[in-house]
Ligand binder design. Sequence first.
Ligand code: HEM
Length: 302
Amino acid sequence: MVAVDRTSSRADPASSLHTLAGGLRAARSAGASAAPAVGAALFVRPELRPRGLVTMPRFPGDLLDPARSHGEVLLHIAADRQATVKTAVDRLLASAPEWRVRWRADGFRSDNREEGGRGLARNPFHFTEGFGNPGTERETADRVLVRADQIEPAWAVGGSYQVVRIIRLATELWDTDPVEEQERIIGRRREGGWLDGTPDGEQPNLAADPDGNLTPLDSHVRLAAPDRRNPPPIVRRSYSYDRGNGDTGLIFSCFQRDLAKGFESVQKRLEGETMAKYLLTVGGGYFFVPPPGDAWIDAAFA
Ligand code: HEM
């Protein structure tokens, strides 16, 4: 993920974004996927800004480093090989000279695979992530894409709010805890099974464990998704990072059509979770992924 700003804040956002769109095509010609997401700072006319799009607030415990936070545009470049990503980013930046890099987070997905329609990967705490995501395209679209009946600017329909959180993980401290303790903190087995024995693809009966004897009440999954029939309307797709010198963690990323009902309500419930003492959020931002094509540029920055 590469966050960029215009070199001059007086530059016309629409023409700068058209140049960037050309850079994204150059990145795709290298064999990578490349998508933009816009930040609140780019908007001149408030009525054309997606309603929930603000500068990401500081949540309790956050220590946001300005050199790793926010940005006018977030570029999400992905490929199966690191070398492809590098070529794609080089081509992109070379063809968009009026943009400068604000911050950059290089990530990877260990043991990346698909199962039951869900993308799974292993995070730096050795747990498999992705089970809580929907297994069908229809349900994914339902959680993620802004609909015409929402009160949003017309150009934003079919787009999505993206939240990125750069979360440093105390992996050394975590690794001193026994695996069973780690599993009680997350609320699932490392491989995804539930603590009451329910297999990973099925729903556990948490109502049968009201005191949290099997799955603790302050475990991550129990706080994140307390009502198994109404899962939080977000779709997560995070990457691991490792910058050396013990600076490892998660480039947490999630998509939703409503920030307040999505990320923000889950984040609020997670305050005070047992896992909190192993986490430090140092960067990230709020962005909006426009619908496909380039027509949104002139509509949003008319
Ligand atoms: C670095 C910190 C984090 C770690 C290590 C982590 C790890 C995990 C793991 C292992 C699972 C269970 C497997 C799965 O369903 O994917 C999970 C589930 C989940 N996490 Fe996190 N997570 C982190 C941060 C967050 C944040 C910041 C949020 C949102 C504010 C979040 C929201 C969720 C949700 C909604 C679920 C699915 C719960 C369910 O439907 O069962 N997580 N997380």
